[in-house]
Design a protein around this ligand. Structure first.
Ligand code: FE2
Length: 266
């Protein structure tokens, strides 16, 4: 498996404070079946991390993992806050993609209103970037207006939900919404968003199995993130394999009329 979203680097955001904590997290990821992990520290107003620092820490941690015999491949990335990325220059943003490629991991804002999000993402795509939205299921605005998320996906954005969301780590509302999004085919990746080895852990498969999503585990955690890291423009189609439905008919908002296709450039 590939974990596309993880706060594994020491001392630069709300992940581990020390490299020992990073090694512990990496060991837990390997034990959970992860072969490759993308280091995605926050890049925000609170944590204005520069690419040079991220690249240096990835190299240092990779060396340490090799020395300690931890078989985990590391890649560079970042979790970009909208409030920070709108002020970043092109040469600051360019190397921030997942695996150094065109796909940017953009944090879905937790605020109840998302004014201007569509325009910001359109601008990024016009400048040649591609967008993966991180944990939209935890965003109050998307919970209230899920069709906005469908619009963004229609415009070329992908989504990466947090594994723990599927099993209740963030409460019932988030769990149900995450499940709705999977059934509405608005989820393309499941990542850990781990911050440590035990509380916000790098477990992926256990959550997917518990949520009844084993039939699409390979697609969510290997095929799609692999395509993203290779910088491919399009991702492989979701397998037609049936997944057990968990949603009550009344919540199937995505079946209520055609979803608006976004005017975002593809
Ligand atoms: Fe995160």
């Amino acid at each position: 498996m590939i974990d596309l979203h993880c706060h594994v680097l020491p001392g630069i955001d709300d992940g581990p404070d020390t490299i020992e904590g990073s090694v512990e997290l990496a060991r837990a990821a390997v034990a959970a079946g992860t072969k490759m992990l993308v280091a995605t520290p926050h890049v925000s107003v609170r944590y204005p991390n520069e690419h040079q620092v991220i690249a240096r820490l990835v190299e240092q941690l990779a060396q340490r993992l090799r020395a300690d015999g931890v078989e985990l491949e590391l890649r560079e990335g970042a979790e970009l806050a909208i409030t920070r990325l709108i002020d970043m220059k092109a040469d600051q943003l360019a190397p921030m993609g997942l695996g150094g490629g065109p796909w940017l991991l953009v944090e879905a804002p937790f605020t109840p209103a998302l004014s201007g999000l569509e325009e910001v993402l359109a601008d990024l795509q016009e400048r040649g970037h591609r967008v993966v939205l991180a944990h939209p299921e935890r965003s109050a605005a998307f919970q209230r207006d899920p069709r906005l998320l469908a619009t963004l996906v229609g415009g070329g954005a992908l989504t990466s939900i947090t594994a723990g969301s599927l099993t209740g780590r963030f409460g019932t509302t988030v769990r149900r919404f995450a499940r709705d999004l999977v059934e509405a085919e608005l989820v393309h990746n499941v990542a850990s968003d781990a911050h440590d080895s035990h509380d916000r852990s790098p477990e992926l498969a256990a959550h997917l199995h518990r949520a009844g999503l084993s039939p699409v585990l390979e697609w969510l955690t290997s095929e799609v993130p692999g395509a993203i890291l290779r910088g491919e423009e399009t991702i492989p189609a979701r397998p037609a394999t049936a997944i057990p439905l968990a949603t009550r008919t009344t919540r199937r908002w995505w079946r209520r009329g055609p979803l608006r296709r976004a005017s975002l450039p593809r």
